[in-house]
Each structure stands twice: as structure tokens, then as C-alpha cells.
Design a protein around this ligand. Structure first.
Ligand SMILES: NC(=O)c1ccc[n+]([C@@H]2O[C@H](COP(=O)([O-])OP(=O)(O)OC[C@H]3O[C@@H](n4cnc5c(N)ncnc54)[C@H](OP(=O)(O)O)[C@@H]3O)[C@@H](O)[C@H]2O)c1
Length: 337
């Protein structure tokens, strides 16, 4: 069947709130060497999608990239290969694939659409045991947890620290995950358990049973007690909130422990040095091979993806409004008819 020339997509013509997400016609993306064209079935949404929509207001002005409109946001998809470039050998037409596309790149990943092109190296085969909605929820959140906790996804230095991120051994260690019910957090809890850690999950009370089901050994409801007043002698804190408040976790760590903030803003380097604590972060990057490893764990039932809610692609605005409401449990996913 001949490919259509136009598709439906969500495009930005200006930066702003969820209302700037416009569902409209857009040309099909052109396939380049090394790429495959995917007919998208589901799209996982992630915080960078609204950072882009807002015009990267969370970055210092000198770091904000300039991008030509219209922009199709989004990075995470699950779908079926529709065409492959002549030099692509790992995938064929009809394969079910999932991936985080061209991340980090500003406005070039273009996942909120019926079709998207992706470098073959960003993709893995979709686990057969899960549907496209669940598969689309995996890439960015799963790879972030993987690249913070298990192994680096790349050799690109983080602009925020002079050294490369160094994951630490977690077998037999106590790992505290803050923001444990969210996209990154719920994968981090499961990967830490899989690697033999004792896991303390920090989240609001409504997520308690969910997090125990995922394997958390202890639960701290941050709305009742500040986790930094409760936890002690922890080996590693993965703070999926990060930011300027992340330093409060230093006092929960044992001498020689590690704090991994997932978001920039840490500013207590002196206290960390005094306590002998390593503070380290990284920037998630696309990696099809690591995604395939996550896929094997998903197929084996070792880890699972929780779906907070789904919305049709046309209602991406409502999905962003849901995200802005907070308290996400797992992933928000857009579906394509
Ligand atoms: N470094 C990187 O490469 C990288 C990659 C991916 C994501 N990130 C960043 O990581 C962060 C998390 O991303 P995500 O996709 O996991 O977000 P998410 O799905 O929105 O999850 C955030 C979670 O945090 C919980 N939370 C909110 N306030 C909290 C508090 N005070 N204490 C403890 N938990 C709290 C929320 O639920 P409750 O409040 O109900 O518990 C929610 O479950 C974002 O800032 C994102 O930009 C960084």
C-alpha cells in the first residue's frame, strides 16, 4: 500500500501552556540513511515534552536552544516499522518496535504523530508480552533508571559535572528512591530490587500498596514525615525530583554513600564532601541495546510498566494538563487510532 503524504500530528507554533499543542495535518517525515519509518501506535509522555512546550523556561536563558516552528514534541514511541532505509539491517517492515528517539535533541524527536522516523540504533523490538501502550511508557523513564543505576548509556560528559556519572554497586545495599511512584521512580524501584537492593520508596500515601507490589521493602509517605528525618545509613539515594532541595538527603546517607539527583540544582557540595558522599548525575540518552535489555526484563515479568492514564493523540493537551496536576503513578500515554 502506498504511504500517505500527510499525517496527523501535534505541533507547536509557539511556546506556552497545554493549549499550544495543536492537532493538525503535517507532512510525513522523510526517511534518512540509518533510519526506519514507524507507524506510531502509542506515545509515552515525559517531562522534557512540557519543558519544550514551555520554551525551556526551566533552563538558564543562555542554555535555551532556538528552534524553528512548527515543532512536533515527544520522544517515546511504540509502533510498527513501515519502511527502512537501504542501509538498515536490524529491522524489517512489519517489526513491532519501541524507542526513545534522538534524545537529547531539541525539537527533533517528533514523536507526537502518526508517523515518525528514528535512527535504528535508538530502537529495540517491542516485548511480545506487552502491548504498544505499555511499551510506549518504557523508553525514557526506563532508560533513565537504567543509566543512573545499572550502566552508562554513553560516554558524553554531563554538562553539569566534570566527571562522567559512575553507577555504584547496589547488590545488598539500601537504596532510597524519592518520587518512587513516577515514571523514573517506579522503574528504579524495580531495577534496584532486581539487582538485590533493599529498597525504601518515598512517595505520597496513595502509592503505598502500588510500591509494595513493585517490591519496595519500606515506604515513607512524604506528606506525613519528611523522608530526610526518617531514613538513616542509606547507601544510595536516587532522587527523581532532584533540584535545589536534593541536598536534604545527604543526612540520610552513610559515610561513603552516594546521592544521584535526576534533575539539576544540587548546591551542597561542601556538606557532601564533609560527609564523604559522592553526588553524581547523568543525562539520559537514546540507546536501543539497553532498551532491548529492559525489554527482556519486561517479557520475563521481572519488571512491569504501570499506566497512569491514556489519552487519544488528539487530546495531548488533556494529557499535559493531567501531568501538570502531578501525583503521577507510572506513565501517561497517548494512543493513535
Ligand atoms: N537526568 C535525566 O536524564 C532525566 C531523565 C528523565 C527525567 N528526568 C527528570 O526526572 C524528574 C522525574 O521524571 P519522571 O518522568 O519520573 O516524572 P513523573 O512521572 O512526573 O514522576 C514524579 C513523581 O514524583 C512524585 N512527587 C512529587 N512531589 C514529590 C515530593 N515532594 N516527594 C516525593 N515524591 C514526589 C509524584 O507523585 P506523588 O507526589 O503522588 O508521590 C510523581 O509520582 C523530572 O524532573 C525529569 O525532568 C531527568
Amino acid at each position: 500500500m502506498k504511504k500517505p503524504e500527510m499525517m496527523k500530528a501535534i505541533r507547536l507554533h509557539e511556546f506556552g501552556g497545554p493549549e499550544v499543542l495543536r492537532y493538525e495535518d503535517a507532512p510525513l517525515p522523510a526517511l534518512k540513511l540509518g533510519e526506519v519509518l514507524i507507524r506510531v501506535h502509542a506515545i509515552g509522555i515525559n517531562p522534557p515534552d512540557w519543558y519544550l512546550r514551555d520554551g525551556y523556561k526551566m533552563l538558564p536563558p543562555e542554555w535555551r536552544p532556538s528552534m524553528p516552528f512548527p515543532i512536533i514534541p515527544g520522544s517515546d514511541v511504540s509502533g510498527v516499522v513501515e519502511a527502512v532505509a537501504i542501509d538498515v539491517q536490524d529491522f524489517s517492515v512489519g517489526d513491532e518496535v519501541f524507542g526513545m528517539i534522538r534524545f537529547p535533541s531539541f525539537g527533533e524527536s517528533a514523536a507526537y504523530a502518526e508517523y515518525v522516523t528514528a535512527p535504528a540504533s535508538d530502537l529495540a523490538r517491542k516485548p511480545v508480552g506487552i502491548d504498544h501502550v505499555h511499551a510506549a511508557g518504557v523508553p525514557m523513564a526506563g532508560l533513565t533508571a537504567w543509566q543512573f543505576l545499572i550502566e552508562l548509556g554513553h560516554n558524553v560528559q554531563n554538562p553539569l559535572q566534570p566527571d562522567m556519572h559512575r553507577p555504584v554497586p547496589i547488590n545488598g545495599k539500601t537504596v532510597l528512591v524519592n518520587g518512587a511512584a513516577g515514571g523514573v521512580g517506579h522503574f528504579a524501584v524495580q531495577l534496584a530490587k532486581w539487582r538485590g537492593a533493599q529498597v525504601i520508596a518515598v512517595a505520597s500515601g496513595k502509592h503505598e500498596s502500588f510500591l509494595h507490589e513493585l517490591g519496595a521493602d519500606e515506604f515513607i509517605d512524604y506528606t506525613k514525615r519528611p523522608p530526610e528525618d526518617v531514613a538513616r545509613e542509606v547507601d544510595l539515594v536516587l532522587d527523581t525530583l532532584g533540584g535545589s532541595t536534593t541536598g536534604r538527603f545527604l543526612r540520610t546517607l552513610r559515610q561513603g554513600g552516594a546521592l544521584f539527583p535526576v534533575f539539576l540544582g544540587f548546591s551542597d557540595a561542601e556538606e557532601a564532601a564533609r560527609r564523604g558522599i559522592t553526588v553524581s548525575m547523568t543525562q539520559v540518552r537514546s540507546n536501543g541495546l539497553q532498551l532491548a535489555e529492559l525489554g527482556r526484563l519486561l517479557d520475563a515479568g521481572t519488571i512491569r510498566v504501570a499506566i497512569d492514564s491514556t489519552f487519544p493523540l488528539a487530546d495531548a493537551r488533556m494529557a499535559h494538563e493531567r501531568a501538570a496536576h502531578g501525583h503521577i503513578q507510572g506513565k501517561i500515554v497517548l494512543t493513535v487510532a
